[in-house]
Design a protein around this ligand. Structure first.
Ligand code: V4E
Length: 232
């Protein structure tokens, strides 16, 4: 009982990534510089996403990935719909996604065991190549791609803008704020909305992320299922 309570508390303590995607083009970098954004780097990374053959994780809106063959991350939906919101706040929420991020491999394995109801005895091991837990939980890669990313920071406290180009021919921008445990998600949404306005983003439709486009092209049946379950 105590164990499961501790796990729930740990889950609530994860930081939340609040993010709004937008379509970018050749003028986006100029627009960012005009609003005072500073380019803080360009890098490339490879992402591999894992799920069971029946997609038990993504159908629960949980996204398990390994970046650059070493960094594990589990993103799980985190929506706090309990507060009363103005119409403008509701709009800001509808344009953004909110995901809890778990980066400790041990925490990830605990969460996965709970969700997949497996009894894997394989624990996080200091040897990266020892990944018997993946097999025990029946997790296999279902997506793999490389992203080239240009990152910008803004004067607006804690706002980062990333411009991504995936190797399968899709580009997307994202305005994001990382909210630490117990932090103010509403203020993050406001910062994102202000940044979007400064960049002249007028659309009121959510923009597809890289994974949405990857799934449309490579796993159309699963994409349709996620869509009909309102997951993407
Ligand atoms: C949450 C999620 C996925 C995991 C990766 O998400 P994302 O932040 O888009 O990737 P990336 O490369 O920018 O990661 P970062 O470097 O910021 O950590 S894959 C699919 N989803 C769900 C999802 C959704 N439901 N709607 C939208 C617009 N995007 C993603």
């Amino acid at each position: 009982m105590q164990d499961s309570w501790d796990k729930s508390i740990n889950f609530l303590k994860m930081s939340v990534e609040v993010e709004r995607k937008f379509l970018c083009n050749a003028d986006t970098r100029k627009a960012l510089e005009q609003i005072g954004a500073v380019c803080v780097g360009q890098r490339q990374f490879q992402d591999q996403y894992f799920d069971t053959p029946m997609f038990d994780l993504t159908l629960r809106n949980m996204w398990l990935r390994k970046r650059n063959k070493e960094c594990w991350e589990l993103k799980c939906e985190a929506v706090d719909g309990t507060e009363e919101m103005s119409r403008q706040q509701t709009r800001a929420v509808s344009m953004c996604t909110q995901y809890k991020e778990i980066t400790s491999l041990h925490e990830i394995q605990l969460r996965l065991k709970e969700v997949l109801k497996t009894n894997s005895d394989c624990e996080a091991n200091s040897l990266q190549e020892d990944e018997c837990w993946l097999g025990e939980m029946n997790l296999v890669p279902f997506a793999e791609f490389i992203t080239e990313r240009w990152s910008y920071t803004l004067e607006e406290d804690g706002v980062q803008v990333d411009l991504d180009r995936a190797d399968f021919g899709y580009s997307v921008g994202e305005i994001e704020v990382l909210v630490p445990e117990g932090g103010n998600v509403k203020s993050a949404l406001e910062k994102i909305e202000r940044t979007a306005q400064k960049l002249g983003l007028t659309g009121n439709q959510r923009v597809d992320g890289k994974m949405n486009v990857y799934l449309q092209r490579n796993h159309p049946e699963h994409y349709a299922k996620l869509l009909s379950n309102n997951i993407i």
